[in-house]
Unconditional design. Structure first.
Length: 418
């Protein structure tokens, strides 16, 4: 157990170790931020909830654009340089929230913070795509996913101190800590080219005079289709972070504390099984089937969430726990398959642009999901949940079909000679 933990937190590869350390810092900052940001924006800055919602929607749109443009930037200046710069800008932007004192400054800071976070996500995926290969690439992404979930959870727990004190000073101090910890993520990334032999050359392959210019992912119908379908499946994150808590509090008899219990359950399942689920998903056909399997589980979870709205408190809690277990397993499988497809279907000569398009899909899902889930499941109950279940299932089945066709085209045909 200790050896597995050591390999997870202190990997031997210098690039993976740098990405791991940066992810730990970024995730701690994220956990702190998620826990106190809404209260800070409304109580300390004094913004109306609708103003916060509109501002974050605008920032989300900027994030979508930056996810896509980040791919082109990664192919121009080097993914590692982009990640380092974006990390630094995001840390400074998070610190700048402390100086925000109006709706305008809040929106401006939010746009910079969310935009730089999106650039960072694209750059990080491109570093993995260029430096690692095959099965190792997907497994490393799975390990980083485990670290992300666990340390966001730790950050959430640490933020409890500010929530208990519940003063403007406590929230301001926490926001300062968020920015400082986010800036700390730049430390392990600094000087990485000197610590990892051949890393700089690999990151700068796009600058070679005799390089082959890769195609645009916008002309790759297979990749576009897979990204589009996976972005539908990725709306599950908006469902669990916004839709499910609202559903529990407003439409079920379950106590509100169940929201926290479900978060812990999700964190445990992802931490224990994400790496195992990623094994084999570097194979395109396997990755497609993995997404399909997860999407069908996700559909089942949606129906269980719906059922929890028409029972007593005890049965509602049981149904919610079962729904979250299915949803967490679905997340593990859907993410593992999506990563494999994002890496393996991409043209290596355009790694940045392909990963940028993939990250754009996640950004779009994150922007659209809260409104869609609220307008369907939370507002309309069973019919809304049934709609989401069908949407997730159809998207997952579509991913499997496209992946199967893509795998068949990639398999060398053997000509039989009489």
């Amino acid at each position: 157990m200790l050896d597995r933990l050591r390999r997870l937190l202190l990997p031997t590869d210098p690039v993976e170790r740098a990405l791991t350390s940066a992810t730990i810092a970024a995730s701690l900052a994220t956990g702190l931020f998620y826990s106190v940001s809404a209260l800070y924006f409304t109580r300390v800055i004094g913004l109306a909830a609708t103003t916060v919602g509109v501002g974050l929607t605008i920032a989300g749109a900027v994030g979508v654009l930056m996810s896509f443009l980040g791919g082109y930037a990664a192919d121009r200046i080097g993914a590692d340089r982009l990640q380092l710069g974006a990390n630094a800008v995001q840390g400074l932007a998070l610190l700048a929230y402390v100086a925000a004192d109006s709706a305008l400054t809040f929106v401006l800071v939010a746009c910079v913070a969310v935009g730089s976070r999106s650039l960072q996500g694209t750059a990080k995926a491109t570093v993995q795509a260029r430096w690692f290969t095959g099965a190792e690439r997907v497994e490393i992404r799975a390990r980083l996913r485990v670290i992300t979930n666990v340390f966001i959870g730790i950050g959430t727990v640490l933020a409890g101190a500010a929530l208990l004190v519940d003063t403007a000073a406590a929230y301001q101090l926490t926001m300062v800590a968020v920015g400082v910890i986010a800036l700390a993520a730049t430390v392990p990334l600094t000087g990485l080219r000197g610590r990892a032999e051949g890393f700089g050359a690999q990151m700068d392959a796009h600058l070679a005079v005799d390089r082959v210019v890769g195609p645009s992912p916008l002309r790759d119908r297979t990749y576009l289709t897979v990204v589009g379908l996976n972005s539908i499946v990725a709306m599950q994150f908006g469902m669990t972070s916004v839709g499910v808590p609202l559903w529990i509090v407003t439409r079920t008899e379950a106590p509100a504390v169940v929201v926290s219990v479900l978060l812990v359950l999700n964190t445990v399942i992802v931490a224990l099984f994400q790496v195992r689920a990623a094994r084999g998903t570097h194979d395109v056909a396997v990755a497609g089937r993995t997404v399909r399997r997860g999407s069908l589980l996700l559909a089942g979870g949606c129906l269980l969430y719906a059922a929890a709205g028409s029972t007593g408190a005890v049965l509602a809690v049981v149904l919610l726990l079962l729904a979250e277990a299915l949803g967490s397993w679905a997340e593990v499988w859907c993410e593992a398959g999506a990563w494999g497809l994002a890496f393996e279907l991409a043209d290596p000569a355009s790694a940045g642009r392909y990963q940028g398009l993939s990250q754009t899909g996640y950004s779009v899902a994150g922007m659209v999901a809260p409104a869609l889930v609220t307008a369907t499941a939370v507002d309309h109950g069973l019919p809304g949940w049934a709609f989401l279940a069908a949407l997730f299932a159809l998207a997952g089945v579509g991913v499997a079909a496209v992946s199967r066709a893509a795998a068949a085209r990639r398999t060398p045909q053997v000509e039989l000679v009489a």
